[in-house]
Design a protein around this ligand. Structure first.
Ligand code: AKG
Ligand code: FE2
Length: 512
């Protein structure tokens, strides 16, 4: 079976390190075998050479001795067959066979492209240019291996394919800089310039386009395309100059200065950077923390849980130290072999598919899997006061390279494929466990209300997805920000409506 992709789970990307070491080790062993093989061949040829070359007389004289003639025949019959056999004992056969087995489990083109796209997503969200990524200034980034010009070039082409033109441009420029510094590469300066020039021209930097074309011509003065570019840009430059002369000096429009408010994806990204959080000191002063013993629940009365208000409207609370280190380890261990790329539901058909707006792997854990799972479910019931009988299994997720989940609601808006909906109702509430700290990125943000919640290992956040009157609460729109550094693990418990009738009383109002 062919290995499932790697890039959508950092935990699985980590496996590649030992795979690479293993690969290098077997390559070394193979080289040794080849060397031994070659040694054997050399020894054989030396022996043969010595025997056949030790006769000083003329060939005819030599073979006129019947004994010599016989020996020569015999030698050429047996020895050459032995040599043939030796050559056929080529160790590369075995190596290639084991290699093709191993390669099945190597990253695919989808992995490389997924990782590249993840990097570009991180650049977009956190506003990083190539240099600041590679300077390793981002906390938690650890040792950074620099990209070669070829790697930068490939990244640029992927970014271009995905219409992320700015980052495509920046990586191309970076590749060019590295080439100019003399870094070895397969890609040539000419190829990069060919990519960059029309681009630079289109964004309106005519002088730079002309300058780059000049460089292109310097590389190959007979390049007809480059000469044509040059002629064309020179004409444009000339007509621009004439146009400028006829215009008054005040006509200085800046086309890029738009109205300064953020919408949709941009606001989501701003929240991920910690910008634009809509909390005022006045509202902040209404947020508290307290001990929660689940209304004197015997399981919590001597060990109440620390509850902290994260947001007021809609209310989002955090429970600190909700899971123990050991419980988190168990949950991760149980889910590792089950992790599969997480899908999303189609809004119209309710069908399931994979999308770049959700890059993570997930697994479902049931109570039967381990006592820890039932213990965690029980604790969620105790602390929220809600019935877990109708809740979904525990979903564990591990995010990938630049892994994220773009803004969504936890309540499905199409119920066609959700048979659970008919029996147990909608997802009334979400209980989200953070099972790792994330050095940088990976916050859970709520773009409708302007809230951001940072992952804290062992803590959990809880909110209602439905209003008291049972209607969908659109303020709960939320997203998981791209993980910049770290390995983000979460687990989700989605609680259903049925069974909560006396636990969360419904009301006619739309208040939370
Ligand atoms: O990982 C997070 O921060 C949020 C995950 C989430 O919203 C989901 O899985 O539905
Ligand atoms: Fe969610």
């Amino acid at each position: 079976h062919v290995q499932d992709e790697f890039y959508s789970s950092i935990d699985q990307v980590a496996e590649l390190i030992s795979m690479e070491r293993d690969f290098i080790q077997s390559l070394k062993e193979y080289i040794k075998e080849e060397e031994t093989h070659l040694e054997q061949l050399k020894r054989t040829v030396d022996v043969m050479d010595e025997i056949s070359g030790t006769f000083s007389e003329m060939p005819e004289t030599r073979v006129s001795n019947p004994l010599n003639a016989y020996k020569l025949m015999k030698r050429m019959y047996t020895d050459w067959r032995a040599v043939e056999k030796l050559i056929k004992m080529d160790p590369s056969h075995d190596f290639l066979a084991s290699l093709s087995l191993k390669c099945q489990h190597f990253p695919s083109k989808d992995d490389v492209d997924g990782a590249a796209l993840g990097l570009v997503r991180l650049q977009e969200t956190y506003r990083l240019d190539p240099q600041s990524i590679m300077d390793g200034k981002i906390s938690g980034m650890g040792h950074t291996e620099l990209l070669t010009p070829d790697e930068s070039y490939y990244l640029a082409t992927i970014a271009h394919e995905k219409q992320k033109y700015l980052y495509s441009f920046l990586w191309m420029q970076h590749a060019l800089k590295e080439l100019d510094e003399g870094k070895p590469a397969v890609i040539t300066k000419k190829e990069i310039l060919y990519f960059l020039i029309p681009f630079v021209f289109q964004v309106g930097d005519l002088p730079l386009a002309v300058e780059m074309t000049r460089q292109l011509i310097a590389l190959d003065p007979s390049d007809q395309n480059a000469l044509n570019y040059f002629k064309y840009y020179e004409t444009v430059k000339e007509s621009l100059r004439r146009w400028n002369e006829t215009q008054s000096a005040t006509a200085n429009l800046d086309f890029f200065e738009g109205p300064n408010f953020l919408q949709g994806k941009e606001y989501y990204e701003a929240l991920c950077r910690g910008e634009g959080i809509k909390m005022t000191p006045r509202r902040q002063s209404t947020l508290f923390c307290r001990y929660n013993n689940g209304k004197r629940n015997p399981r919590l009365i001597y060990a109440p849980i620390k509850e902290e208000d994260e947001w007021d409207h809609p209310p989002i609370v955090r429970y600190h130290n909700f899971l123990s280190e050991k419980e988190m380890e168990t949950i991760k261990r149980l889910s590792r072999p089950k992790l599969k790329r997480a899908g999303v539901a189609d809004r119209k058909t309710g069908g399931w598919f994979i999308a770049e707006y959700r890059v993570s792997k997930s697994a479902w854990l049931m109570e039967e899997d381990d006592p820890v799972v039932s213990r965690v479910n029980q604790r969620i019931a105790d602390i929220t006061g809600l019935d877990m009988q109708t809740a979904e299994h525990l979903q564990v997720a591990n995010y990938g390279i630049g892994g994220h989940y773009e803004p969504h609601y936890d309540f499905p808006r199409m119920h066609v494929n959700d048979s659970n909906y008919k029996t147990n109702g909608n997802r009334i509430a979400t209980f989200l466990n953070y099972m790792s700290d994330v050095e940088f990125g990976g916050a859970t943000v709520f773009p409708d209300v302007g809230a951001a919640v940072q992952p804290i290992k062992g803590s959990a956040v809880f909110w209602y997805n439905l209003l008291q009157n049972g209607e969908d609460d659109y303020r709960t729109l939320h997203a998981a920000c791209p993980v910049l550094t770290g390995n983000k693990w979460v687990s989700n418990k989605w609680i259903r409506e049925r069974g909560q009738e006396f636990r969360r009383r419904c009301g006619l109002s739309e208040v939370d």
